[in-house]
Design a protein. Structure first.
Length: 263
């Protein structure tokens, strides 16, 4: 099974990805580096960008009977959505989409910008303040909503992964249909694995944003905060899925026909 981990950048996505890997490793699925081609070259981890039908098929073939986690920050085309939904219903793919409160993501992006400029790196260097972080987060939220709206996708938030890890493992185990060695999984994610190890703090925005900034960002990201961070509103994702499939002319994906569609 291809365990495809989409994460909003600077949302604790690497930590979530490494916890998934730790869970899989603990039950005997070695998280080997896949060959260049199926995954992006010049990356230590299994990373996929862009994501398209051909590359997903190649990855599934390369993985075979194993279960291996692959990380992405990529968006997906509208046409890819029903393709991935079919694969997920057939248990060839499991999508895990990780996120964080967008107000905290903005702060983390600003931190990343400071570090990037100090080291002369291009990535994140253009984020110089909260205002320049906002458009980037808006774009990533749109990507997240699409990934997280695929039927059967697991939505995994930073606070659960970092501060209620056993609950996160419960969710991961249920989505993958396994029972892990939790101690080994947590040791991998929090001790052995390389993660960014940024400020491990929840609700940073409450102390680090001005009142004006808090008011502005809360209004800007109100639907996401209300439906995802606070409300856990499945209907928000279901509405997106139904609208997208209707636009594509698809009816709800039928498990009985999916195998024929994948030939």
């Amino acid at each position: 099974m291809l365990v495809l981990c989409y994460g909003i950048p600077k949302s604790g996505s690497t930590l979530a990805f490494e916890l998934v890997k730790g869970v899989l490793e603990s039950v005997g699925h070695r998280q080997e580096r896949l060959p260049d081609g199926p995954v992006n070259r010049h990356r230590r981890m299994n990373f996929l960008e862009p994501v398209d039908e051909s590359r997903v098929k190649t990855l599934i073939a390369a993985i075979g009977q194993r279960s291996i986690a692959v990380k992405t920050h990529s968006g997906m085309s509208d046409a890819l959505f029903p393709f991935l939904e079919n694969l997920q219903a057939a248990r060839q793919v499991q999508i895990i989409a990780s996120y964080r409160d967008p107000r905290d993501i903005c702060l983390s992006l600003v931190d990343a910008g400071v570090k990037a400029r100090a080291k002369g790196r291009k990535e994140f260097s253009e984020t110089v303040d909260i205002a320049s972080a906002v458009p980037r987060v808006v774009a990533q939220i749109a990507k997240f909503r699409k990934w997280a709206s695929v039927r059967g996708a697991l939505r995994l938030d930073y606070d659960t992964v970092a501060f209620a890890t056993d609950t996160a493992i419960d969710q991961i185990e249920k989505s993958l249909g396994i029972v892990s060695d939790r101690a080994r999984a947590k040791e991998h994610a929090f001790t052995d694995a390389f993660t960014q190890r940024n400020k491990a703090k929840r609700k940073r925005f409450e102390e680090e944003l001005t009142e004006a900034q808090k008011k502005e960002l809360t209004a800007k990201f109100a639907p996401f905060i209300r439906n995802v961070c606070e409300g856990k509103n499945d209907q928000w994702f279901l509405n997106y899925r139904q609208e997208l499939l209707a636009k594509l002319g698809h009816r709800a994906i039928d498990v009985a026909t999916q195998r024929e569609n994948l030939r």
